[in-house]
Design a protein around this ligand. Structure first.
Ligand code: FE2
Length: 405
């Protein structure tokens, strides 16, 4: 999200003064930064980076209960795991500082707020991950700036032990009516993974389970060794919606969108493209169908065939109907798209490499929690997928979600 003209810059500067001086970092280019002037700062620097250290306690643990938990009208627990860039290895000793508005949408300090951090208000705190990468912040859900259409948000500053500079992450809420107009206007940043929090309800407590993938979508972050073959979006990003054609399965003849129809619990998308061994696909489908039936409403599986060679709608449909019948498919959706570049079905959003033999995306509550490329359908890998489903369930898997506006 970049401000396009100086009028907007002035506008946001005015908003920030009104709200206690907190600029939306990603909208603001005139940052006061300790790193200004360098283009090699991980994350591009941030406004107020140094304020994360103002008044920081000596002992910080993986849990923090802040003043918001006591005084706020909407209790919010933000919790999850911080992973390294691979999306799978828990990251320890990561320092995370948060700050956000109160019930009135403003940043008001109290007697404990150091003078230099007054513009961050009193609802601020720190966690440091342990060896499991887990963190929990108990606070209140922030309100939007009064009289403005900036969505409710939480600011994080992340300081990794191996990196010199902290970088920022801004988080929003998917049930906030201001969020979608804001995203349409400014795009999304998805720093450290999806920028969207999706809450579930435990009585009157809103729980937002949110994993952070260090370095994901962070500019100038140290690069990972390249995968042999790249395919699909990254662990920690949102699973986009798209509308493949259903050749077989419970939504046969429709174009039901996988994540929209069954996004709440676990979903598995098995993509196969131009270089696909039919027997391997059958083996995967047999395993995934069985797994999906066993897990009931907690797992929905989609096969998305995107072979663009000799593509013809009718023959592809017939071919996949025969495949579904042969395997006795009841629950898995057997779907196809003309190609993985297809814009009409929006299949292109998945960034699937058509030359990968398969790409397996596992998502939970619309966020990608694991991914495999060219995984063979053998017993060890079936076990691996089962383990991923168990490991990524989390404590709040069965809790309900609030109604959305
Ligand atoms: Fe803010």
């Amino acid at each position: 999200m970049h401000v396009k003209n100086s009028f907007l810059l002035l506008f946001f500067a005015a908003v920030s003064i009104y709200n206690g001086g907190c600029d939306m970092q990603s909208q603001n280019n005139n940052r006061i930064s300790i790193n200004t002037g360098s283009n090699e700062i991980t994350g591009g620097g941030c406004e107020d980076c140094e304020l994360m250290f103002a008044g920081m306690p000596e002992t910080i643990t993986e849990e923090h209960t802040g003043r918001g938990w006591v005084e706020g009208s909407r209790k919010l627990m933000l919790t999850g795991t911080v992973f390294k860039r691979d999306g799978r290895t828990p990251a320890k000793d990561v320092l995370i500082y948060y700050w956000h508005t109160d019930d009135n949408g403003v940043y008001i300090p109290d007697q404990n707020t150091p003078a230099e951090a007054e513009r961050h208000g009193r609802l601020r705190g720190w966690i440091k991950t342990d060896e499991t990468g887990r963190y929990t912040i108990r606070t209140s859900r922030p309100a939007a700036y009064p009289g403005e259409s900036v969505p409710q948000h939480i600011h994080l500053s992340v300081k990794e032990p191996e990196l010199k500079d902290p970088y920022y992450i801004d988080l929003y809420f998917d049930d906030d009516p201001f969020y979608i107009p804001h995203r349409k206007k400014y795009g999304r940043a998805d720093r450290g993974g999806t920028e969207i929090l999706r809450v579930v309800l435990d009585g009157n407590i809103q729980i937002a389970e949110h994993n952070i993938i260090l370095g994901l979508n962070i500019p100038d972050y140290p690069k990972l060794p390249e995968d042999k073959i790249k395919s699909g979006l990254e662990i920690g990003e949102d699973q986009p919606s798209f509308i493949p054609y259903h050749a077989y399965g419970p939504n046969k003849g429709t174009r039901a969108c996988p994540v929209c129809t069954y996004g709440r619990h676990h979903g598995i998308l098995l993509f196969a493209g131009n270089k696909t061994d039919r027997n391997e696909i059958k083996a995967w489908l047999k395993f995934l169908e069985k797994e999906s039936i066993e897990r009931g409403e907690h797992l929905k599986v989609y096969f998305v065939f995107g072979n663009s060679e000799n593509y013809d709608f009718s023959s592809r449909k017939k071919d996949l109907e025969e495949l579904g019948e042969e395997l006795g498919i009841k629950k898995t959706a057997i779907t196809f798209v003309p190609s993985f570049d297809d814009t009409e079905s929006e299949a292109y959003l998945n960034k699937i490499n058509p030359d990968a033999e398969n790409t397996i995306i596992i998502y939970k509550h619309r966020v990608i929690v694991d991914k495999y490329v060219n995984l063979s359908p053998v017993k060890e890998n079936f076990e691996l997928i089962r383990e991923v489903l168990e490991k990524t369930r989390g404590e709040y898997f069965e809790l309900p979600t609030p109604p959305h506006d």
